[in-house]
Every structure is written in structure tokens, then in C-alpha cells.
Design a protein around this ligand. Structure first.
Ligand code: FAD
Length: 302
């Protein structure tokens, strides 16, 4: 099994993100999606975690299933707000015992109702990064927010706190965004702070405008007017919307690779079609990818 830091050092990666299904039928549907995406030979796949531990068992089940039943390297997301250190120790020990080597260490979001808050030994993701490092030989990733985290008071604070956690972590994966500029600016601002570790851009092919606009608003990402205008030409036709969403994601992915991005991380929403289409449009399969190592498309660096 592979450590993501090693995969990134070896060449460009292509990865897919899933969320743990809630029902038996959603679980079967995720199984089909993974089977459809596996032939693309992803470098790794990642599985999200419900803040406060709401998907603790389900995330563990999907991550260990990928580890045991496929040849793809899995990465477990883990959020720290609402967890004690001993809970995190237990979660990490279970992953280590299952042979899982990659953790995305996240802050998570506090519950909307403070009455739902659980006891927490952590405030920020950086504290979890330190803990995962101490706990064993995991490859550790963190979240980056090209258009700033919504709780950051200003750009300088956002970049300073990100640089501090990246000094300890191995790599970052970004929140989704729709134009090249916020990514390039983020990488340059990190470089100014002395951070040159890989920052993998997160790609969300738009298949449903209302859904993505809602998610973007929550995460502090903007859906630019130019993107919304292009999508508006599809009217209420979901198939036409998906085609335009794939076109936009393809253009952004190509621009990111040209700009030297170290990989592409696709937010699949547990569906395969749009991701497969972007992958095919970019001709990633014929771009020098090594099996299990993701696409190695060129010599660009960040
Ligand atoms: P942090 O790094 O803790 O940052 C949060 C805020 O605190 C920022 O404004 C930061 O500037 C500030 N901050 C950090 N450290 C300090 C400090 N020392 N002093 C002052 N301010 C500080 N959420 C989930 O619930 N489950 C998931 O599986 C999940 N997966 C994600 C995957 C990716 C790739 C990304 C980009 C996000 C994901 N999220 C997930 C969302 C994430 O948990 C939220 O955005 C959360 O609000 C912040 O997480 P963080 O890791 O960036 O937190």
C-alpha cells in the first residue's frame, strides 16, 4: 500500500473523494461507483468524516473496505473538533491495524447548536496534525482554502495558519474552486511563507447548480458569474447542465496541470460519470500514468 507523500514525490496524482453512505442502497451505489472509477487507476481515494464523529464507524468501514478489497490506497478524513485525544488515539490505532497509512487531518465545523457540542481536546486542525504525527508513521494531509476559510479574519491570517500546519503535514488538498487564479495565488502566497509542499487542487464538476452554489456558500468558495452564465444556457435540462459542468471542470483541470499542479483531486459526490468524462477529456489514461501512481503528465512543479 502506498503513502500519498511518496506518490506525490513520484509524479502527478489523480484521486477521488467519496462520502460514507447512510443506507444499504447508497452503499451498493458507492460500490458501483468505485468499480466504475477503479479502471482509471487512481493514485488514492479518500473518504470523508462527519464532524464530531457522526460517521466514525461508516468512514472506517469504507476506508478499510477499500484497503482490503481493492489495490487502491485509501486516505481517511478525520476531523478533530468534538473529539478527545483518547478517541483519536483509538481511531488512529484502528487504522494502523488495518494497514491504512494516510490521514487527512481536519478541523471540522462546530455544531450549529452549541448544546450539541461534544467534549473536545482540540480547537484547530494543526493540533490534530501534531497528534497524528506523534501517533505513528502516517502520511498526513491538510485542507487548504484558495478563497480563504470563512472563519479566517483576513488573508494574511488564513495563509499564516495554513503555512504553520503545512510545515508539519506532508501535503494539502484544496476546497473546490472554479477559476485558476485563486489556486495560483494560494501557491505563490505559501511559497512566500516558505512552504513548497504539494497543494493538490480539488475539482468539483458541476452537475447541479443549486447544490454546488449551496456548498460553495458554506465553504467560502465563489461560483463566478462567468461560470453561472455558461450553466444558465442549459436551463432546466440536467443532462445539458452536466455537459457544461464537465466542460468547465475539464478546462480548469487542464489549466491547473499546465500551471504545474501536483495532481487533481475530484469531489465525486459518490457518482462516477462526470469524473470519468473529465478524465477522458484530459486524456489522462494516455499521459504517462504509471499503474497505481496516478498520472505523471509532465515536469511542472509548484
Ligand atoms: P483549521 O486549519 O483548524 O482552520 C479553520 C479556521 O481556523 C481557519 O480560519 C484558520 O485560519 C483558523 N485557524 C487555524 N489555526 C489557527 C490558530 N492557531 N489560531 C487562530 N486561527 C487559526 N469537513 C468535515 O466535516 N469532514 C470532512 O471529511 C471534510 N473533508 C474536507 C476535505 C477537504 C479537502 C477540505 C478542503 C475540507 C474538508 N472539510 C471536511 C471541511 C473542513 O473541516 C472545514 O472547512 C473546517 O471549517 C475547517 O477545517 P480546516 O481543517 O481547514 O481547519
Amino acid at each position: 500500500m502506498a503513502r500519498i507523500s511518496d506518490l506525490l514525490a513520484a509524479g502527478r496524482t489523480v484521486s477521488f473523494e467519496f462520502f460514507p453512505p447512510k443506507t444499504d442502497s447508497a452503499q451498493m451505489s458507492l460500490g458501483r461507483t468505485i468499480a466504475e472509477l477503479a479502471p482509471l487507476d487512481p493514485s488514492f481515494v479518500s473518504v470523508t468524516y462527519g464532524a464530531g464523529g457522526s460517521t466514525r464507524e461508516r468512514t472506517h468501514q469504507v476506508v478499510t473496505w477499500v484497503r482490503q478489497e481493492t489495490s487502491i490506497a485509501p486516505m481517511a478524513h478525520l476531523t478533530c473538533q468534538g473529539h478527545t485525544r483518547s478517541e483519536v488515539d483509538e481511531i488512529l490505532e484502528n487504522y494502523r491495524a488495518a494497514g491504512v497509512q494516510n490521514i487527512l487531518a481536519l478541523g471540522g465545523d462546530p455544531p450549529k447548536d452549541p448544546a450539541d457540542a461534544r467534549p473536545s481536546d482540540y480547537q484547530y486542525a494543526s493540533e490534530l496534525v501534531d497528534h497524528v504525527r506523534e501517533a505513528g508513521d502516517f502520511s498526513v494531509g491538510v485542507a487548504a482554502h484558495p478563497e480563504l476559510h470563512p472563519r479566517s479574519p483576513d488573508r494574511a491570517t488564513d495563509r499564516r495558519t495554513l503555512a504553520a500546519k503545512m510545515a508539519v503535514a506532508d501535503f494539502a488538498i484544496t476546497q473546490f474552486f472554479f477559476e485558476l487564479e485563486p489556486y495560483v495565488r494560494l501557491v505563490n502566497e505559501l511559497a512566500d511563507l516558505g512552504v513548497t509542499k504539494p497543494v493538490v487542487p480539488g475539482i468539483m464538476p458541476i452537475t447541479n447548480v443549486a447544490q454546488v452554489s449551496r456548498m460553495a456558500e458554506m465553504s467560502g468558495a465563489a461560483v463566478p458569474a462567468s461560470v453561472l452564465d455558461r450553466l444558465a444556457s442549459a436551463g432546466d435540462d440536467p443532462e445539458h447542465t452536466r455537459l457544461i459542468g464537465v466542460e468547465i471542470a475539464t478546462e480548469l483541470s487542464a489549466a491547473l496541470l499546465d500551471a504545474g499542479a501536483p495532481g487533481l483531486h475530484f469531489y465525486t459526490l459518490n457518482r462516477s460519470t462526470a469524473t470519468r468524462e473529465v478524465y477522458a477529456n484530459l486524456d489522462l489514461a494516455n499521459s504517462g500514468a504509471e499503474p497505481g501512481r496516478g498520472a505523471n503528465l509532465g515536469t511542472g512543479t509548484t
